[in-house]
Ligand binder design. Sequence first.
Ligand code: DHB
Ligand code: FE
Length: 281
Amino acid sequence: MARIVAGVATSHIPAVGAAWDNKKTAEPYWQPVFQGFEPSKEWIAKVKPDVCIVVYNDHMSAFSLEIVPTFAIGCAAEFPIADEGWGPRKVPAVKGHPELASHIVASTVLDEFDITIVNKMEVDHGLTVPLTLMFGQPEEWPCPVIPIAVNVVVYPVPTGHRCYMLGKAIREAVESFDQDLRIVIFGTGGMSHQLQGPRAGLINREFDTRFLDNLTRDPAANVRIPHLEYLREAGSEGIEMVMWLIMRGALDDDVRERYRFYHVPASNTALGHIILENARV
Ligand code: DHB
Ligand code: FE
């Protein structure tokens, strides 16, 4: 059967992608960021996942105000890179896994999660920046990727609890797929950041640290965080962190923290990153 073996959470700051694409990784501002992901790149090169499920949000690249799915899953064989205003990032197109994605649709819908099927979709920095951070710049991404897009842009966004339960449904779906696949699930976005308005630039290290601590040992505490607390404590875009709870829900209750990295500033954002492995092997 297929199994989710580990979870990766990381911010998906577009400026990090631009720094990589424009070869600025050695500049003093960016060097610590990329250095912080060196252990992660080594780790994932050893884990060698057969498939990655990447939970991210679209930033009005594939979707617009015309259609706003709360949860959407990419079932296509390939996802082109979106043009976010400067031309598409020069990274490999993302290859999907239509068979497993369709299986996840069937399983989660029957599990009473109404997830939108997307057969044609471009992917933006929310998905590609985490791939760059974890895999660098290969000719091709090393494995198929199943994008799961979550609306965290337009009110109402799903609750942390709903996200966590979707994670559990995804895990069940994966475990009922009859191919031997080792899967790593990503949760992207966060950590504390607010991009506009009088509070632009807000960073809350204390909130972020507690969120990271609880992700490993007391996810229920994170699951209870209401929207208003994210907005107040972590800024308007800090709400992206609900997506980390989908990743966490898809793991075992018992996980070990393999690696953590936290860095401020990166753009207007606190960059947070954690790797969790299921405790049972
Ligand atoms: C920025 C954009 C994002 O989508 C995000 O998650 C973090 C930062 C930015 O524009 O700086
Ligand atoms: Fe974002």
